[in-house]
Design a protein around this ligand. Structure first.
Ligand SMILES: Nc1ncnc2c1ncn2[C@@H]1O[C@H](COP(=O)(O)OP(=O)(O)OP(=O)(O)O)[C@@H](O)[C@H]1O
Ligand SMILES: [Mg+2]
Length: 338
């Protein structure tokens, strides 16, 4: 078991392939761009790359380009000399210098302001730059990685991202699909996180077998692995499955609603060619679920009408338990058009 297997859990084809790719490029120093929706594991993949390389004992530095405003980001990355700007009362190393001999992850690169994108393009040529207000050239040796949950091709078309910078970064491209497209990973991830929580939190336990596992397998995971990890933690500590299930169904429904309206919540990432197709065709699972819900809704409504909303009688006719019927009525929102 190597560092990739230890860090990255999952047996789906895209995950197995990603791990292979990490091993192949680990000592290449080629620029890497890691793409995928929020919470799919982009940072984890960057760490796995770093830890699989000969740089593993050197620093792994992450700078979030979305969290820091433009000018501040520039000084954060490249450092500054004393007097470079008001308040610079001493000189400071930038993150590139700190990452020397190690790895630099430019997180949320899609949010980097244009003026810095131009500067980055130059810096990526030879990894030489000077601190703000400085005259000396600084030379660093670091492995450059970038991550994004945006569709950079789209940002380029909209003039928000430099195409030349994109090509410079895009030497090795790792795309991590959303969790709902690699459901084979759900069970191993649940097992992994529940073991992890059981080790760290005294008394944490939850039985994931049966109904819960089935539901979690079908759920769309808009927040991907991060959401799954939180769900597992909450269930193990609080065990409030019924409440949580309602919440998750709410999240699921909202996602489907906004898709129907043509909106793209949280800018889900897709490959360029795939994008058009995805907008045109909803995933089969969603269609199946909606069709079943529609059919169930019609039948249950008819029976409820027939029985004058006598739920006990209706459950008998439908041959489901009373509790199951109450749940269905709530799930399908039938009580609202009573
Ligand atoms: N395959 C995996 N195996 C084990 N843990 C995972 C896996 N994928 C993601 N995680 C865990 O899920 C959480 C979210 O992952 P990470 O921070 O790498 O996502 P991200 O893609 O960088 O998200 P964001 O776009 O929001 O920054 C982390 O705690 C990470 O360790
Ligand atoms: Mg991240």
């Amino acid at each position: 078991m190597d560092v990739c297997d230890r860090l990255i859990v999952g047996k789906s084809e895209p995950i197995v392939k990603t791990k292979e790719l990490i091993r192949q490029v680990a000592n290449s120093d080629l620029n890497v761009i890691i793409c995928g929706e929020s919470g799919v594991g982009k940072e984890l993949v960057a760490q796995a790359l770093h830890l699989s390389s000969i740089r593993r004992d050197r620093p792994f530095i992450k700078v979030n380009c979305a969290a820091i405003p433009g000018e501040l980001l520039e000084s954060e990355l490249f450092g500054y000399e004393k007097g470079a700007f008001t308040g610079a009362d001493r000189s400071k190393q930038g993150k590139f210098e700190v990452a020397h001999k190690g790895t630099m992850l430019l997180d949320e690169i899609g949010d980097m302001p244009m003026f810095l994108q131009s500067k980055m393009l130059q810096v990526l040529q030879d990894l030489q730059f000077s601190r703000l207000g400085g005259k000396k050239d600084v030379q660093v040796d670091c492995w450059i990685m970038a991550a994004t949950n945006q569709e950079l091709e789209q940002s380029i078309r909209e003039g928000r991202f430099r195409e030349d910078l994109y090509y410079r970064l895009n030497i090795i491209r790792i795309f991590i699909p959303p969790l709902r497209e690699r459901t084979d990973d759900i069970q191993p991830l649940i097992n992994h996180f529940s073991e992890e929580f059981a080790e760290t939190s005294y008394n944490a336990r939850f039985d994931f077998a049966g109904e819960a596992m089935e539901f979690l397998h079908e759920y769309s995971w808009p927040g991907n692995v991060r959401e799954l990890k939180n769900v597992v933690g909450r269930l193990m500590l609080l065990g409030d499955w019924d409440t949580l299930k309602q919440e998750l169904m709410g999240r699921d429904a909202r996602k489907i609603d906004s898709r129907q309206l043509g909106a793209q919540p949280g800018a889900p990432f897709a490959d360029d060619q795939e994008l058009g197709e995805q907008r045109k065709f909803p995933p089969l699972k969603e269609v199946k679920k909606k069709a079943v819900q529609e059919a169930e809704g019609k039948l249950i409504s008819a029976v409820l009408q027939e029985t004058g909303w006598n739920r006990k009688k209706a459950a008998k006719i439908l041959q489901i338990s009373y509790k199951a019927l109450l749940y269905k009525i709530k799930e399908l929102g039938l009580d609202k058009n009573k």
